[in-house]
Ligand binder design. Structure first.
Ligand code: PLP
Length: 384
């Protein structure tokens, strides 16, 4: 089969499965209102949980940073790309989260790949929750270590895997809040299981940071767990993009030697680091937004319990409604869109076959009327 034939065949397969993905260029994609082709939609699919992507103070911090430093960093952090703005952000993050060090990455995807592939070696074993984000599983598969997945949030299954003989080191990987189901990991029990076998724990808290815990310090702080490696990302509650790993001095020094994404890639623009420092301040003082988000989650769950759709046991901003078949999920999303609601249909392979869903994400920017309007539309569209 030629390149051309193989690609055409795989595209045809995706179309036949109703899982062909297309993008849409919008006038605005984040915040409460999404604007597309001149039409406004209530946006229930953004990860901008606190509405910070449009925060005037953060926008100004980015503008001022660009005036001071220029728009680009000019190189890898090991050459000339590391600035005072980066250093200040790293220090603020490590102090806030209670770690000796923080290292910045351009994205959560890059951070996970860099950290896991730099640490894991041939004799090692990586034990990852089955529902871990694609960037974590992909990193584990790229590393020379052996990857074993354990059943979602199943500490017994994890303990069994940890107990098997391993010549190298063991690394346990999970998330604070799972991105497709919105449920939380039992981090205390997972950390204890890893520690009992001398393994390390990596927690990716992309959806917990900024939202959970005191001052938004995230899932680990909320559950009083301190993983050896904590990944936080800035594309969700921070409203910007980028990521950081929080770790010990030794691990930070090690990553600066061996994490290829830090050595062979242009550093984040300093102006973005300025914006992220401003976003961090907004998050620390974001109790009001977090309370509004909590109220919206509670109101949505009360109403959604009466819908003929599967509601997952999630207490977070991610509230998936399980529909089942791809075609039915797409149809429902399309009808809601006609009514002015922007929701994403999530299909396999992102989620298991037969569990296609509408992924509702709530934010602090939604009003109570927005949530009620969505519930009413869902009710109408799912009536037999
Ligand atoms: C979004 C997400 C990532 C990727 O982060 P980016 O900064 O968007 O690359 C990694 N892990 C989890 C759990 C995520 O939800």
């Amino acid at each position: 089969m030629s390149w051309q034939q193989r690609i055409e065949q795989q595209l045809a397969q995706r179309r036949a499965d109703d899982s062909f993905r297309v993008r849409q260029a919008n006038e605005r994609g984040s915040g409460r209102l999404l604007i597309s082709n001149g039409r406004r939609y209530l946006n229930f699919s953004s990860n901008d949980y606190l509405g910070l992507s449009l925060h005037p103070g953060i926008i100004r911090a980015w503008q001022k940073g660009a005036e001071q430093y220029g728009v680009g960093s000019g190189g890898s952090g090991h050459v000339t790309g590391y600035s005072r703005a980066h250093q200040q952000l790293e220090e603020a993050l490590s102090g806030w989260l209670g770690y000796p060090r923080a290292l910045l990455f351009i994205s959560g995807f890059a951070a996970n790949q860099a950290v896991i592939t730099a640490l894991a070696q041939k004799q090692d074993r990586i034990l990852a929750d089955r529902l871990s984000h694609a960037s974590l599983l992909e990193a584990a598969m790229l590393s020379p270590a052996q990857l074993r997945r354990f059943a979602h949030n199943d500490v017994r299954a994890l303990e069994k895997l940890l107990a098997a003989a391993c010549e190298g080191q063991q690394l346990v990987i999970t998330e604070g809040v799972f991105s497709m189901d919105g449920d939380q990991a039992p981090l205390g029990a997972i950390a204890a299981a890893a520690r009992a076998r001398g393994g390390w724990l990596l927690v990716d808290d992309a959806h917990g940071i900024g939202v959970a815990g005191e001052e938004g310090r995230g899932s680990c702080h909320q559950l009083r767990v301190k993983p050896d490696l904590l990944i936080v990302t800035f594309g969700k509650a921070f409203g910007v993009s980028g990521a950081a790993v929080l770790c010990s001095d030794e691990v930070a020094d090690y990553l600066l030697q061996f994490a290829r994404h830090l050595i062979y890639s242009t550093a984040m623009p300093p102006a973005q680091a300025c914006a992220l420092s401003a976003a961090l301040e907004a998050i620390r003082h974001g109790d009001e937004q977090r309370a509004r988000l909590r109220d919206n989650i509670a109101a949505f769950r009360r109403g959604a319990a009466r819908l003929p759709l599967g509601l997952i046991d999630s207490q977070t901003a991610i509230q998936p409604l399980i529909v089942g078949e791809n075609a039915r999920t797409l149809g429902l999303a399309a009808r809601l869109r006609e009514r002015g609601f922007w929701l994403t249909a999530i299909r396999p392979p992102t989620v298991p076959v037969g569990s296609a869903r509408l992924r509702v994400t709530l934010t602090a920017e939604h009003t109570r009327e927005d949530v009620d309007a969505l519930l009413e539309a869902l009710h109408d569209e799912t009536r037999e």
